[in-house]
Design a protein. Structure first.
Length: 176
């Protein structure tokens, strides 16, 4: 299970972006970018790599040029792996999407499905009843702990937080 950030547009469109390292971006770097709508990064990376390859090939022998380009492409793959999902999030924010929460799921489609099952598609989160030991501003969008629904929570400013602990029947029966 991987953590995903869910972004929503005012028209109701939603996208989920995995937090952290992106294996597809690392393995397919330049060709991955246009498939995710990152045209500038994809075309810019292709032009820069082609220009560097041409310059290296013109200035050195074939064996050295191949070694240098392998190193460059490895570094490029690591860069895309680290920054790929961040670039996707930035693109969504520029297009007017808003991060509405986080969810843990095995894949992108599952993350969107789970988030839709838990969260109403409004601009605000439902207020949860004040939980035992929770701060007054804590909100919660899931049912009781132990259910199969994922924990999706948000603090007073819409930032993802941990699940709120509910008071159990045992806690209520104990004197102060």
């Amino acid at each position: 299970m991987k953590p995903f950030r869910v972004f929503k547009e005012s028209s109701g469109n939603a996208e989920a972006v995995k937090a952290g390292w992106s294996w597809p971006a690392a393995l397919f770097s330049i060709s991955w970018a246009p498939f995710k709508g990152l045209w500038t990064i994809g075309i810019g990376g292709l032009v820069a790599t082609a220009a560097l390859g041409y310059g290296v090939a013109a200035g050195t022998d074939a064996s050295t040029a191949a070694s240098i380009m392998n190193l460059v492409l490895t570094i490029l793959g690591v860069l895309f792996g680290f920054k790929g999902n961040t670039w996707r999030e930035s693109r969504l924010l520029r297009r007017g999407f808003v991060m509405v929460g986080t969810v843990t799921a095995p894949g992108e489609k599952d993350a969107l499905a789970r988030f839709r099952n838990v969260t109403p598609w409004t601009n605000s989160f439902r207020r949860a009843p004040r939980a035992f030991g929770a701060s007054p501003g804590a909100t919660m969008t899931t049912g009781q702990p132990g259910h199969s629904r994922p924990s999706v929570t948000a603090g007073p400013v819409g930032r993802a937080t941990g699940p709120v602990r509910r008071q159990s029947h045992r806690d209520r029966s104990r004197p102060g």
